[in-house]
Design a protein around this ligand. Sequence first.
Ligand code: F0G
Length: 347
Amino acid sequence: MLKLLEKYSNLLPVTSSTPLITLGEGFTPLIQARKIGEMLGVNLYLKYEGTNPTGSFKDRGMVMAIAKAIENGARSVICASTGNTSASAAAYAAAFDLRAIVVIPAGKIAMGKLAQAMIYGAKVVQINGNFDDCLKLVKKVSDDYPVVLVNSLNPNRIEGQKTASFEIVDVLGDSPDYHFLPVGNAGNITAYWLGYIQYQKEGKAKKLPKMMGFQAEGAAPIVRDHPVKHPETVATAIRIGNPASWKRAIAARDESKGFIGMVSDEEILKAQHLIALKEGIFCEPASAASVAGVIKMAKSGIFNGDETVVATLTGNGLKDPDVILREMDKISTIPNDISAFIKEVGF
Ligand code: F0G
C-alpha cells in the first residue's frame, strides 16, 4: 500500500527512526463539481476527505502525530474533540498499541463519531462543557502527565495535514486560485497554507491560493474578533469559540490575501444537500461550510469565471446522519401491494 508518510517523507518530519505506519490515509479524490461549478460560474473541485480510514481529514495529521509519538517512546495519547479527532486518535492508537484518552463535550458530538471512539477502545470522557473547555483540560493534563497531546497544537498534526495541499497541486499541476475550508480550531487552514507555501518553494507550484475560511455564524470568534463563550451550530464539528490556531489562521488569511467569513446553519445545511443532490457526495454539515462559503462569495461577485476553486469536504456524512433523519417521517410506508407501489412511485 502506498503510504502517505513515505510518499511525502522529504517534506515531513520523517527520520530514519520514524515508523512508517499507515491505515491507508490520504490520497483522497479531488472531484470536479461539474454542476455546482457551472451554477456558480467557477471551476470547482471538491477535495473529499471522507474516504480517509476514519472518514475525516484528521487521519492525515494523526498518522504523523502517532508515528512521532511512537518514535519518542510514548505509551499514551490524549485529545479534546468535537468528534473526528477522537475517532482518529482512537483508531491509530488501537492499531499501533497506544492508550488513547479522548475528552468530548457531553451530548454535543455526532453519534457516528462517538461510536468510532468507543469501538476503537479509547477511554472516552465526557465533560459538562464545550470543546474549548475540553482542550484546556487536556492541555493541562499533557503538561503534567506522561501523555502526548494529539490535538493540532501538536505540530506533527499540522505537518501531516499539509499533505492535502500537496495532493491537490499534484493533480491540478499548480495551486488553485482560491481554497475554501471550514474553520473550527483553525488547525487545518494553518496546515493547508503551510503545504501550499512549501510546495511552491519546492518548485511544484507557481502560484499560491487565496485562503478562504468559513466559520458557523454561532461559532465565529475569528470573524467577530472575540472568543465566543457559548458557541452553537448544527455543524458540531466546528462548534468552537476560542480556536487554538487563531493567530495562524489570520496569518494564512492575510498572507494569502484571503478571507475568513461566516455562514448560517441554514446556508450550511442547504450546501450539504446541494453537494449530495448535484454531485453525489454526502459530507457532514461542518464540511459543507466550505461550499456554503463558495456560494456566498459567488453571490458577492468576487469570481470572474475562469478561476480554479477548491473546497475541502472535511468529513463523511455518515458520521452525522441525525439532522438528515429528522425528515424521516417524509418517507412513505405503503401496504405490500404492487398497485399501491406503482401509484406511490408515479409510473
Ligand atoms: N470539519 C470537520 C469535519 C472537523 O471535524 C473539523 C474539526 C473541522 C472541519 C475544522 O477544522 O479545527 O482544523 O479548523 N474538528 C476537530 C475535532 C475540532 O475535534 O474533530 P479545524
